[in-house]
Design a protein around this ligand. Sequence first.
Ligand code: HEM
Length: 120
Amino acid sequence: METLRAIVVFIHLLGFATLFGAWLAQAVGGKREFTQLMNIGLAIAGLAGLALAAPWGITWTPGMSFYIKITVKLVVLVIIGAMIGMGMARQKRGEKVPAGMFWSVGALTLLNAGLGYFWH
Ligand code: HEM
């Protein structure tokens, strides 16, 4: 069970890498647009995250702080998804993604990674 959880954490990290990598490629030298790859990374991180939200394959008993952490992460994920969705709708209309919206997706992705890594 612990090995399986470690594999799901790895898949979760692949989702993070896909989302953040796709965003970074757009931020540095790209057109600062949202891409389908970001949605794919978000979906992978989200699905694996939901699987990890249940307390299986761990030897410790999760306290209130674990559940607060995953609730915050879920809210942040929904905000990221909403911003990518709104930005892509603008792109379809031929408009540019507002700078604040573009940079927020990168910042919130890092925030969720930081919450997962540092908040124990
Ligand atoms: C953009 C979305 C997300 C990103 C980038 C992200 C990123 C990360 C990262 C980098 C870790 C650290 C893994 C480690 O080395 O221990 C982590 C852990 C974790 N994440 Fe996420 N995450 C996201 C969304 C979510 C969501 C939506 C949930 C739950 C609903 C979630 C639940 C967890 C849990 C439970 C852990 C701890 C895993 C463990 O130690 O067993 N994550 N996340």
